[in-house]
Design a protein around this ligand. Structure first.
Ligand code: GLU
Length: 448
């Protein structure tokens, strides 16, 4: 489908030509381009200053070799990435993803989305992303440590508390951040806590950072439901994934009175009509690093469906919290048909463009990742604040800050969508609100 605005279509054709084979990046770029047409009419200076053409090109892309040895002494070589996308609002900020599917196109899509997500938080952070095609699955603790040390041995020269502040994403949690931080400290001889976020609580981490993405996504859905004079109370919910985002989404939904009946990993899903036993999921996934299928060993009435599609389970609220493009057009249609009234994206870009169209046309409450999952990075920015002031805040205070930030993001997206003639469309609201903030700063900084 060709875009309505000819100029935007030609920018998109340029994106395709200059970034061949990067399907996920094309998808993320197209979605933003399709939203910002009306902004250019209102702010002609953005067109004159070629803000879109500049925003779509990363400021810097770093690709490096990561050699490491496994426990048997065999040598492996992975590829490392850090894309420093946009620093108009603050130091580059965004996670590191360790997953075999990682290549430049994935890091660019994530980095590009991160610019707008971070802008929406209202906190002073630019956008970036990094990672590696390293597969942490089945690796020993020592192997993970050696990989992280080798990765940081290259990365350290490009990052810093005022330059670029990485954190976790898929495959990178507290353990990995610990090893990365240790190596950074060793290489630089600096105790620069603000260089990474998602740190352990013993050495400069923030309370609520672990919970933040899942809690934040749930707060965002709560806000969308409030607009519709509704709430989580008594709602049947499905949360895909069983990693950090999924776990704390389930936790917050349960606190708010909803019932999560299913979650998953890349092999299959579990269905527990009595409600997911979160302590058990935490034990299996966080402490024992096992697969979700083992859940049914302990909860006999629950069912594991190997290779099953979690979106076939009827639910009122769906929170995709696994990975990109996990809901296609058919899945979306099935969710709507089965009575789904709200979708909140804990993952980045989990819904395909066809799926998004289905949700928007059905008029359900659809919270895109850029807005709904911004709580993670927002709390990273709160961690940076605590590090800068050598302070640490209580759980209650930090959670309150997070809840407020999510409320504000929701309001900004809602009002912006309305202002630009797309009431209730949080995709348009998030893209436009994030874009305007970054664009204004870029105009102020001149042609750089
Ligand atoms: N990886 C997370 C995200 O997608 C968090 C990034 C961060 O905390 O810097 O937003």
């Amino acid at each position: 489908m060709v875009m309505k605005d000819e100029k935007l279509e030609s920018i998109y054709q340029d994106v395709l030509r200059r970034n061949p084979g990067e399907a996920e990046f094309h998808q993320a770029a197209r979605e933003v381009l399709e939203s910002v047409g009306p902004v250019l009419a209102k702010y002609p200076e953005f067109r004159e200053r070629k803000i879109i053409e500049r925003i779509i090109e990363p400021e810097r892309q770093i690709i490096f070799r990561v050699p490491w040895q496994d426990d048997k002494g065999e040598v492996h070589v992975n590829r490392g990435f850090r894309v420093q996308y946009n620093s108009a609002l603050g130091p580059y900020k965004g996670g590191l993803r360790f997953h075999p599917s990682v290549y430049l196109g994935i890091i660019k899509f994530l980095g590009f989305e991160q610019i707008f997500k971070n802008a929406l938080t209202g906190l002073p952070i630019g956008g970036g992303k990094g990672g590696s095609d390293f597969d942490p699955k089945g690796k020993s603790d020592d192997e993970i440590m050696r990989f992280c040390q080798s990765f940081m041995t290259e990365l350290w020269r490009y990052i810093g508390e005022h330059t670029d502040v990485p954190a976790g994403d898929i495959g990178v949690g507290g353990r990995e951040i610990g090893y990365l931080y240790g190596q950074f400290k060793r290489l630089t001889s600096r105790y620069e806590a603000g260089v990474l976020t998602g740190k352990g609580l013993d050495y400069g981490g923030s309370l609520v950072r672990t919970e933040a993405t899942g809690y934040g996504a749930t707060f965002f859905v709560e806000e969308m439901l409030k607009v519709r004079k509704d709430s989580f109370d008594g709602k049947r919910c499905v949360v895909s994934g069983s990693g950090n985002v999924a776990i704390y989404t389930v936790e917050k939904i349960h606190q708010l009175g909803g019932k999560v009946v299913a979650c998953s990993d890349s092999n299959g899903y579990i269905l527990d009509e009595k409600g997911i036993d979160l302590e058990l999921v935490k034990q299996l996934k966080e402490r024992e690093r096992r697969r979700i299928k083992d859940y049914v060993e302990y909860r006999k009435h629950a069912r594991y469906v190997d290779g099953g599609n979690i979106w076939e389970i009827p639910c009122q609220v769906a929170m995709p919290s696994a990975t990109q493009n996990e809901i296609n057009g058919k899945d979306a249609a099935l969710l709507v048909k089965n009575g789904c009234i709200a979708v909140g994206e804990g993952a980045n870009m989990p819904t395909t463009p066809e799926g998004i169209q289905v949700f928007l046309q059905a008029g359900i409450a659809y919270g895109p990742g850029k807005a709904a999952n911004a709580g993670g990075v927002a709390t990273s920015a709160l961690e940076m604040q605590q590090n800068a002031s050598r302070d640490s805040w209580t759980f209650e205070y930090t959670e309150k800050r997070l809840a407020n930030i999510m409320k504000n993001i929701h309001q900004t997206c809602f009002e912006t969508a309305e202002e630009f003639g797309a009431k209730g469309n949080y995709v348009v609201g998030a893209n436009i609100a994030g874009f305007i903030k970054v664009a204004k700063a870029m105009v102020a900084h001149g042609l750089i």
